[in-house]
Design a protein around this ligand. Structure first.
Ligand code: PLP
Length: 391
């Protein structure tokens, strides 16, 4: 049976070039980047090279790149590392839990958070951010692209608000990286987090842009690694893999791969939306303009269905996708992102996220389009609620 993976926002496979780049750093060049002998120097040089690549990726100085363990650590570092008792924090209700849970924890330490809600399109209105600003606001954190809908947030405009009001600005670019060109200088952010495993790099490694002079405290203390900004022996093979993946990601943005990906996503979306009782969550057209989205993501509801049943049915047909619900301690909760956008519980539960790899082919899309209508029809036929209600 054919297998098609359309869950790239959960994770991506390593590209062969990334595996090849990492291989020597597990075997012959296994040194600790802090050691002064040859083995150490080889490891140090590899980390430096990856740092230069990340500086190009972010458009910053190499000294402003901090390697860490991934998106969760980057997001936590922004929140825990910058906020103090009495500060006010502005974020959004559609952030990843790595930001939302960090904000919730800071409440115990006297940091109040305003969670700005999105519009039904999934977009955050920069005016809502501005309205939330108080004299004691110290940090704004907004994601570049949402992990569930792909909707791209107006970070440049939010960056201007942050600059005008003298507030630190963090961007969770975990899902935007590789799909949107990142330029920290033109955005004007102070911090930006990314994760290697979402861009065909290894799991458990990431990087953060930290603008020079930003007083962010390290979460981990110990050695003086990463210019004292992140203690712990560098994960040299992981960092090398991230550097290679970032280099390939920059090429993909320039050589048409990402535009082609958007075309395949659009075809998939248009065809699925022809099935009765379906619709798009996030995106669409607002004020005559299409809502910008990451090239690989679409989120679609299938009325009169349990999304989870459809995920399982598609899995049995060889297609991997995600549902609009997350399992928390055994209970299925509808997605907080879709709920914040005003999608009702039944629709949020009936939603699926398709997130395509940049290596997706026309044949993959054809296969998914072949199996979805059958699976939907079959499940709806089993559902007494659906009988005769959809035209
Ligand atoms: C938007 C966003 N932020 C942060 C993370 C966490 O990244 P990591 O898996 O590297 O900890 C994810 C992962 O799904 C994400 O989608």
């Amino acid at each position: 049976m054919r297998r098609v993976y359309m869950d790239a926002n959960a994770t991506t496979p390593l590209l062969p070039e990334v595996v090849e780049a990492m291989r020597p750093y597990w075997l012959e060049h296994f040194g600790n980047a802090s050691s002064i002998h040859l083995h150490g120097q080889q490891a140090h040089k590899a980390v430096d090279y990856a740092r230069e690549t990340m500086a190009e990726f972010f458009n910053c100085h190499a000294a402003e790149v901090v390697f860490n363990s991934g998106g969760t650590e980057g997001d936590n570092t922004a929140v825990f590392g910058l906020l103090h008792p009495g500060d006010h924090f502005i974020t959004t209700s559609i952030e990843h839990s790595a930001v939302i849970q960090a904000a919730n924890r800071m409440a115990q330490y006297g940091v109040e958070t305003t969670f700005v809600a999105p519009q039904p399109s999934g977009l955050i209105d920069p005016n809502d951010i501005l309205r939330a600003v108080r004299p004691e606001t110290r940090l704004i954190s907004v994601m570049l692209a949402n992990n569930e809908t792909g909707v791209r947030q107006p970070v440049e405009e939010i960056g201007k608000i942050a600059a005008d009001t003298g507030i630190f600005f963090h961007i969770d670019a975990v899902q935007g990286a590789g799909k949107v060109k990142i330029d920290v200088r033109s955005i004007g952010c102070h911090l930006l987090s990314i994760s290697a495993h979402k861009v065909h790099g290894p799991k458990g490694v990431g990087a953060m842009f930290v603008r020079r002079g930003t007083p962010v405290e390290s979460l981990l203390v110990g050695g003086s690694h990463e210019r004292r900004q992140r203690a712990g022996t560098e994960n040299v093979p992981g960092i090398v893999g991230l550097g290679k993946a970032a280099e390939l990601a920059m090429h993909s943005l320039e050589d048409g791969t990402i535009s082609k990906l958007a075309g395949l996503r659009d075809r998939l979306e248009t065809e699925i939306l022809k099935i009765p009782g379906t619709g798009l969550n996030g995106g669409g057209v607002v004020d005559g303009k299409p809502v910008p989205r990451a090239a690989n993501t679409t989120n679609i509801y299938f009325d009169q269905l349990e999304g989870e049943a459809l995920v399982i049915a598609l899995d049995l047909k060889g297609v991997s996708v995600s549902g609009g619900s997350a399992c928390h301690s055994g209970a299925t909760e509808p997605s907080h992102v879709l709920m914040a956008m005003g999608v009702n519980k039944a629709r949020a539960r009936a939603s699926l996220r398709f997130s395509l790899l940049k290596t997706v082919t026309e044949a993959d899309v054809d296969y998914v389009l072949q199996v979805i209508p059958e699976a939907v029809e079959h499940l709806r036929a089993l559902s007494p609620v659906a009988a005769g209600t959809l035209g």
